[in-house]
Design a protein around this ligand. Structure first.
Ligand code: TEU
Ligand code: CA
Length: 603
């Protein structure tokens, strides 16, 4: 069955396979078979069992009072992270950058951003992480650089500059841009450069020119800089928009029936798999590291082609299906629970025991998890944040926690355009409001519900001015005014807090192989309010029941299954071995199921 699924998935994403790759989809002796004992068919790996915590350095902790988070600030909070029970810290970009896109525009890959500190501060941070038996993953942003990177400074000088071919340059077509591709940050993806009269490609900001990965020198520069950081002892990479690195160099226009999802076009370049396999061969295979590709534009069906271990590309990716369920082409939409459940079922069906994936509902590009998927009103913020944590830690895949979600931080009450910092929002304002005369109210209403700055406001450490994030009068981005109630000091002191619930869930996951490697089954896919599923490893079976609503519901567990021993619960409800649960609003429970009578296949 699993093999059939794999073949079906292969047919569905035929556009991604180059002929030579199918031959490589078989295990290579000595590489994927290092560990012989498997769990439910899976090779046990530390990154499958880990809980990852994402730090967005600019907003984590300011140590020197300039209003900007920094590396020393992170180091000062390592006990906090260790106490939370996370195993891996993923650091959003910390490299030298003019900050057109908060560090996702890199000027020097081997230097630390001045505002964040020095290389000595980095080494200290890494040491502190290792001392606490945690690991560190860096953000690898190599689809593009800053336009201030030395390579681009050279590249734009002349058509015969040795670095010209490091980027993607094209002459005008009929006096206009080479094609009709658009930038994610508004306008054309091409920018005319006066020095040579040619256009360069930038899928993001004008200050983020795309590298030309078809130039082997570029790829080897990337491999070298990866080794530079791996040799310092870091444990892997989150790879920014990695599916975009291979471009169709004929640059056809968007197809006639184009649905506006540029990421699907940009992610289907011809050599992506070839380059990832080369990167794996040249770099990754030489270290015990984890990789997670930010796979914007990759469908769940296409996922195994990036993460099947026999292909030697990546360990896991971020699909955008769940996290962007509340958006369609950048416009907010209402989502339904059956849609969310269908995504997790699809994720499970697309992947077999040779593949792995992630579970996440927020990051620095999205909303606050409790605001988007829970209920951030005073009555339900705490239980719904805990319910989401229950889901995150019991679904199949490595859970990624975004800073502040363990406090139940919420979206920001933006008033006007001046409250936003994000280049995506500012450019869209120019395009839609100032140029196309879209109403400012409509625009702002949408940005409140989709804008990336919602998740970028500073961490709320305590109830002192600016939430204890900085001693500066004005942080780089305003702290959410609810910091006096929602902050780390408060949650650490309250044994019933969201923070302590995260701790308990991380602990439960760590000691429960069934929650990591066990089979997943959605018991009630169509139910609009309840998410009920099992995780089963041999005789060890867990039942998870989540009430995604503010209704009290009497719920008969489907399939005649019985609850059992309570392993976790956000509201302290138990009810023991029963077939009917009396769920309160946003109730979340994890039961170890009573072993079914012989012959009953609970899965
Ligand atoms: O994001 C990839 C990406 O394209 C989206 O998540 C993006 O935020 C959205 O489409 C904008 O509306 C990655 C980084 O996570 C993001 O912060 C960077 O801005 C982007 O790449 C460019 O490096
Ligand atoms: Ca600082």
């Amino acid at each position: 069955m699993k093999i059939l699924r794999f073949i079906l998935a292969a047919c569905a994403s035929v556009v991604l396979i180059s002929p030579s790759l199918t031959a490589q989809a078989t295990p290579t002796a000595g590489r994927s078979t290092k560990q012989s004992s498997t769990l439910n068919g899976y090779q046990p790996r530390w990154w499958k069992e880990a809980v990852v915590y994402q730090v967005y350095p600019r907003s984590f902790k300011d140590s020197n009072g300039d209003g900007i988070g920094d590396l020393k600030g992170i180091t000062s909070k390592l006990d906090y992270l260790q106490g939370l029970g996370v195993n891996v810290v993923w650091l959003s970009p910390h490299y030298d950058s003019p900050n057109a896109d908060n560090g996702y525009d890199i000027r020097d890959y081997r230097k630390v951003m001045t505002e964040f500190g020095t290389m000595a501060d980095f080494d200290e941070l890494l040491k502190g992480i290792k001392q606490r038996h945690m690991r560190m993953v860096l953000d690898l942003v190599v689809n593009h650089t800053s336009d201030e990177h030395a390579w681009f400074v050279e590249s734009r000088k002349s058509k015969d500059n040795p670095y010209r071919n490091y980027y993607i340059w094209r002459p005008a077509k009929n006096g206009k841009e080479p094609n009709n591709w658009t930038s994610f940050f508004s306008g054309s993806a091409w920018k005319l450069d006066p020095a040579t009269g040619e256009y360069y490609l930038h899928l993001f900001a004008e200050k983020q020119p795309d590298l030309n990965w078809d130039n082997p020198k570029v790829r080897h520069e990337v491999y070298d800089l990866m080794k530079f950081w791996l040799d310092k002892g870091v444990d892997g990479f989150r790879m920014d928009v990695i599916p975009f690195v291979s471009k169709d160099q004929t640059f056809p226009d968007f197809p006639a029936n184009f649905d506006g999802r540029a990421e699907h076009i940009y992610a289907s370049g011809p050599h992506m798999h070839e380059y990832l396999q080369e990167m794996n061969r040249e770099v990754l295979s030489k270290y015990d590291v984890m990789t997670v590709g930010e796979a914007f534009g990759i469908t769940l069906q296409q996922t195994p082609f990036l993460v099947d271990e026999r292909r030697h590309e990546l360990n896991m990716i971020f699909n955008f299906d769940a996290v962007r369920l509340d958006q369609q082409n950048g416009i907010w939409r209402d989502w339904t629970l059956p849609e969310l459940k269908a995504i997790y079922t699809q994720q499970d069906r697309s992947l077999d025991a040779h593949s792995w994936n992630t579970v996440f509902l927020s990051n620095h590009d999205n909303l606050r998890m409790v605001s988007a998927f829970g209920d951030d009103s005073a009555a339900y913020r705490v239980p719904s944040a805990k319910l989401l944590a229950t889901m995150l830690f019991t679904l199949k895949g490595t859970p990624f926690v975004y800073q502040g979600d363990e406090l139940g931080m919420t979206d920001y009450p933006f008033k006007g355009i001046e409250d936003f910092d994000d280049i995506a929002v500012k450019n869209a304002w120019k395009e839609y409001v100032l140029t196309q005369r879209v109403s400012a109210e409509y625009f702002l209403a949408n940005m409140r519900k989709t804008g990336r700055d919602n998740a970028r406001t500073p961490m709320q450490w305590d109830n002192s001015l600016n939430g204890g994030f900085t001693t500066a009068a004005k942080p780089w981005l305003a702290v959410n005014p609810n910091y006096s109630e929602i902050n780390a000091r408060q949650v650490i002191g309250d044994p019933n807090s969201i923070y302590h619930y995260y701790q308990r869930m991380a602990d439960l996951r760590r000691k429960t192989p069934a929650l990591v490697y066990g089979d997943y089954k959605d018991l009630d896919p169509a139910n609009p309010k309840i998410f009920a599923y099992t995780r089963t490893l041999g005789k060890d079976a867990y039942l998870i029941v989540l009430n995604f609503s503010k209704d009290a519901i009497s719920y008969s567990i489907p399939g005649g299954l019985k609850a059992g021993r309570l392993e976790a619960s956000n509201l302290g409800e138990s009810e023991g071995t029963t077939t009917t649960l009396h769920l309160k609003p946003w109730d979340a429970r994890v039961y170890r199921m009573a072993v079914p009578s012989s012959g009953t296949d609970i899965n």
